[in-house]
Design a protein around this ligand. Structure first.
Ligand code: ADP
Ligand code: MG
Length: 239
């Protein structure tokens, strides 16, 4: 199980300081939720961990080793982008199996995994459809299945439940947590819905304006919200 640590990470886009001295450490196998207002730097944080963006300052450290010079492909992380990033010319089955095919996984392992993933996201009926033939929520579930199929030890999820309707959500949420715990994956997951965050997060990191303002278990945030932004997030759960 991997431990991820961010040390004094800064990232600016021109004048915009998207990440401002971010320090964050997970435990092994932890499900860490990242929350905060739109534009506070959540996606940038994931892209820096992934290696798609170089930080201006600071380090990304996995199991005690800085991975700053390691390209994205060599970091072996699973990633579900905010816009799903599905391959439009491939059907659902092909999208899910892609990561395993490129690793020359044996055919029967691929078939088994795809079957398990399709059932996880409740899309077994739609395995031959292309992304253009799916709803937003269905596409999002395919993106999740695709990221989980390769069994990554570090998983980065950018609002993975935002388009999933309430009827499917409870199932996806519970199976997601179960699968990740079984696989021993360490997960950083951006969520905007406090109910999802509190249901999924072992701990929640609350961000504002490029900074992390509080990290704690759902219980700790409820009992001792340290800032008005944290209080506001919690308040929205009860309206
Ligand atoms: N490629 C980019 N070029 C310029 N500014 C950007 C770029 N990406 C993000 N930003 C800005 O950086 C800040 C953080 O963005 P982002 O990480 O996407 O926030 P979030 O995911 O929390 O909504 C925002 O002010 C956003 O407008
Ligand atoms: Mg974002």
């Amino acid at each position: 199980m991997k431990i991820l640590r961010l040390e004094n990470v800064c990232k600016s886009y021109g004048e915009t300081r998207a990440l401002d001295m971010v320090n964050l450490e997970t435990t092994a196998g932890e499900f860490m939720v990242v929350m905060g207002p739109s534009g506070c730097g959540k996606t940038t944080l994931l892209l820096v961990i992934l290696g798609a963006l170089q930080p201006d300052e600071g380090h990304v450290i996995i199991d005690g080793e800085a991975v700053d010079d390691l390209p994205m492909e060599s970091r072996g992380m699973g990633y579900v982008p905010q816009d799903f990033g599905l391959f439009p010319h491939m059907n659902v089955r092909q999208n899910i199996s892609f990561g395993l095919e490129v690793k020359n996984t044996p055919r029967e392992v691929i078939d088994q995994t795809v079957k398990r993933m399709l059932s996880l996201v409740q899309l077994s009926q739609h395995s031959e459809r292309r992304p253009s033939e799916l709803s937003g929520g269905e596409k999002q579930r395919v993106a999740l299945a695709r990221a989980l199929a390769t069994n990554p030890s570090l998983l980065l999820l950018d609002e993975p439940l935002s388009s999933i309707d309430e009827a499917t959500k409870t199932h996806v949420r519970e199976s997601l947590k179960k699968i990740l715990k079984e696989a021993g994956a360490t997960t950083i997951c951006v969520l905007h819905n406090p109910e999802d965050a509190f249901a999924l997060g072992d701990r929640i990191a609350v961000m504002n304006k490029g900074r992390i303002i509080q990290v704690g278990t759902p219980q700790e945030l409820l009992e001792e919200p340290r800032d008005s932004i944290v209080k506001k997030l919690i308040a929205t759960m009860y309206v």
